[in-house]
Design a protein around this ligand. Structure first.
Ligand code: BES
Ligand code: MG
Ligand code: ZN
Length: 498
């Protein structure tokens, strides 16, 4: 994809198409539409009077060969009611046009955004386009493996020439964040017979090889045993696939600066172990490494954007399987920290691997630690598919995450960690039990993790279910959403000392 920039009126571009992003209208006040109306013998007026096109959200219409335009087609896409329009309206509109034949059948287009100066809008438009047009093709064969999308050149028409540099940067940032999010979607969609813990670690090594500022270290089963990560080992035991622990570092600042540490849950397949899951939802559990993929892609994007801070990604990887070698419900294990855990339910495995990873974070003297995980099915009953519950121990860090959430339209909402939830995680015979049962399971899981948190600000993001889109939305096709990447990248790119 080649991205370029110019500032001119829609009439002047010779690309295969020009896309106008327009507000919902009753009367033709947008000068671009008035000129288009004249150039089409009143087609815009006719369409709006008949109610066929008034630029409501999601509406798209194509005008062929307007008089005096150098392009063959002008595509108008609706943003909805002016009062309600924000950057995500543009992301959604770009998502809708991203699959439109008038775009995908030809090589070049122009995105004509109008007199908008907000950099987040320009970032959102390229994100919406790249995210909306995503399709996983690598598991198809023959002709169906080839992309049907021919578009390779997008030119951004920028109204105010003086803003060129700033808006160029915004588009570049949007491209990197969207590509990061697509990396997450891809990894999460690859089935577990292909993407094993070792395979995932290999992907991290490949990523690191492509960036100067990145280093990647991988602990194998023996290293993990030497580290005494008993909780991670307990989860991996039932599988023939041996676990891995990936340490992916972006060194963007001086060596002494304390890093931001990101921790991602990397269960390449969650069968539930001996506490076996039901068959119907099990296929989705190939995506139980989405947190890990978000962390890997976020560190990669931080490197690509040359962010001036140190970031460490910690990624525990294992496959949760039943077998005669598997951990039994009731087994007691010793975590890296030394706390003993009664494994009451082998399906509550995510918190076990995160426990050892959170403890390992102490090795990096972090300024803050954020973990992200498809941790609890109960998250569906907290915020549905609409947002991710967040929990933590520091109000300022929560404010930062909220601000990043608002800027990126990846929604989060804070839930509490109460003593009731902490008490639910106490075992009669060990220090902790790994399952507090169904009630408030999202929050009791966080209460469990809290035991492994050091003397630093910490936040936990539960992306169970919001990582999966059941139907398809403007820029989120059915399947893994890649949620969390835009949020974390925004947080990192705005980072200042807490
Ligand atoms: N990976 C699952 C959580 C999950 C479920 C993610 C559905 C996405 C969709 C996690 O390992 C799990 O099984 N959690 C259990 C914990 C329970 C046994 C305390 C759950 O939430 O049911
Ligand atoms: Mg599980
Ligand atoms: Zn899981």
């Amino acid at each position: 994809m080649k991205l370029s920039f110019a500032s001119d009126r829609p009439q002047t571009f010779a690309a295969d198409s020009v896309v106008l992003f327009v507000n919902h209208f009753d009367r033709l006040t947008d000068p671009r539409l008035r000129e288009l109306d004249k150039a089409t013998g009143g087609a815009v007026t006719n369409l709006s009077e008949s109610g066929e096109f008034t630029a409501k959200e999601g509406e798209v219409t194509t005008f062929f060969r307007p008089e005096g335009y150098r392009t063959d087609r002008v595509i108008a896409v609706g943003l909805g009611e002016k009062k309600k329009i924000d950057a995500d309206s543009y992301r959604r509109a770009a998502g809708v046009v991203s699959r439109h034949r008038s775009l995908t059948q030809y090589k070049s287009t122009v995105f004509h955004i109008g007199p908008v100066e907000d950099a987040l809008v320009y970032q959102a438009v390229i994100e919406g386009y790249l995210l909306g047009s995503y399709k996983l093709l690598e598991f198809k064969s023959g002709e169906t493996r080839k992309s049907q999308n021919r578009l390779v050149n997008i030119l951004f028409a920028i109204d105010n020439k003086r803003l060129l540099k700033r808006l160029q940067n915004a588009v570049q940032k949007g491209r990197v964040s969207a590509e990061g999010q697509l990396r997450v979607r891809r990894l999460a969609s690859i089935p577990a017979n292909v993407l094993t813990p070792a395979g995932f670690a290999q992907e991290a090594r490949k990523l690191a090889a492509n960036h100067q500022s990145l280093t990647c270290r991988v602990l194998d089963g023996r290293d993990i045993a030497r580290e005494k990560m008993g909780a991670l080992l307990a989860v991996a035991k039932g599988s023939d696939q041996s676990p891995r622990f990936v340490i992916l570092e972006h060194k963007g600042s001086r060596a002494g600066q304390k890093p931001v540490v990101l921790v991602g849950k990397g269960i390449t397949f969650d069968s539930g172990g001996l506490s076996l899951k039901q068959a119907a939802m099990m296929p989705e559990m190939k995506g139980d490494m989405t947190g890990a993929a978000v962390v890997m892609a976020a560190v990669g994007a931080a490197a690509e954007l040359k962010l001036p801070l140190n970031v460490v990604g910690l990624i525990p990887l294992a496959e949760n399987m039943p077998s005669s070698k598997a951990t039994r419900p009731s087994d007691i294990v010793i975590s890296r920290k030394g706390l003993t855990v009664e494994i009451f339910n082998t399906d509550a495995e995510g918190r076990l691997i995160l426990a050892d990873a959170l403890d390992y974070a102490n090795e990096f003297d972090p300024q803050v630690v954020i973990d992200i995980a498809t941790l609890t099915g109960g998250a569906l009953y907290v915020l549905g598919y609409s947002g991710a519950p967040i929990m933590g121990n520091n109000a300022r860090l929560m404010d930062r995450i909220r601000a990043a959430s608002e800027a990126t339209a990846e929604r989060v909402w804070e839930m509490p960690i109460w003593d009731d939830f902490r008490n639910a995680m106490k075992s009669d015979i060990a220090d902790l039990i790994n399952s507090g049962g169904k009630p408030a399971s999202t929050m009791t899981a966080a209460a469990f993790l809290e035991n492994f948190v050091g003397d630093w600000p910490w936040a936990h993001i539960d992306i169970a279910y919001v990582d999966l889109e059941p139907k398809g939305r403007p820029y989120i096709p059915k399947g893994n959403t890649g949620i969390g990447l835009r949020l974390l990248l925004q947080l990192l790119s705005d980072w200042k000392k807490l």
